[in-house]
Write a protein that binds this ligand. Structure first.
Ligand code: DHB
Ligand code: MG
Length: 210
């Protein structure tokens, strides 16, 4: 999808309200890397969660809370987003965003490295959105599948990693992590998945077996 079409879709379907715009402004002011999801990707996440009536969602990598607001807005009042963030500065920004969005009672921000936090969580999530560091993605895949209920949604950002996944000369640990996740999502018998070419590629899958 070229940029003009992406803008067209965003303006028509995913225009931001002041809360989302403010989170993005703060994100930029705090010099966070400009790697949060786009509004059209956020809207897709919201639609997928609503379509599956998700109530419990796990996010790996809160960053400044931008994606978390899209995810939490998809939930019913008694739903719960659990989001893991390693960087305390990012976690603080995310918490502020959830308060501003009136979603603080629906979101739990857990500070820590995902691989330390994941073993402490109770399985049964309706959806998992993976958007964290790329090198450990094979391990994040395994934890996500374990923590999802059967029928739950597996979502992962950056399936294309700016096109690097098809650059055969790029053997960096990050790109290899993205390739490993994609390969597992494509071939693991517990999951049926594909990639939606929104922004940097979104893996969308469903857990079909334990
Ligand atoms: C990068 C982009 C992302 O969307 C992300 O989640 C992590 C890293 C990047 O460009 O490095
Ligand atoms: Mg990302």
């Amino acid at each position: 999808m070229d940029d003009r079409l992406a803008r067209y879709v965003t303006e028509l379907f995913a225009s931001e309200d002041s809360v989302l715009a403010r989170i993005r402004e703060r994100h930029a002011e705090a010099n966070l890397p400009p790697i949060h999801i786009s509004p059209d990707e956020g809207k897709l996440l919201l639609v997928l969660l609503r379509a599956t009536a998700a109530k419990t969602v796990l996010e790996l990598g809160a960053l400044g809370g931008y994606s978390g607001v899209w995810l939490a807005r998809a939930l019913p009042p008694d739903g719960r987003l659990t989001t893991i963030e390693r960087d305390p500065r990012h976690a603080a920004l995310a918490r502020r965003g959830f308060v501003d969005a009136g979603l603080a009672d629906r979101v739990r921000v857990i500070e820590g490295a995902a691989l330390d936090v994941l073993p402490t969580l109770t399985p049964g999530f309706d959806a998992v959105f993976v958007d964290a560091d790329k090198e450990p993605l094979a391990q994040y895949f395994e934890w996500s599948v374990r923590l999802l209920r059967r029928g739950g949604l597996l979502l992962c950002d950056n399936a294309f990693f700016h096109g690097a996944v098809v650059d055969e000369g790029d053997r960096s640990a990050q790109v290899e992590g993205v390739r490993a996740f994609n390969r597992l999502a494509a071939t693991d018998p517990r999951v049926v998945a594909t990639v939606v070419p929104v922004r940097d590629g979104l893996v969308v899958g469903v857990k079909v077996a334990t």
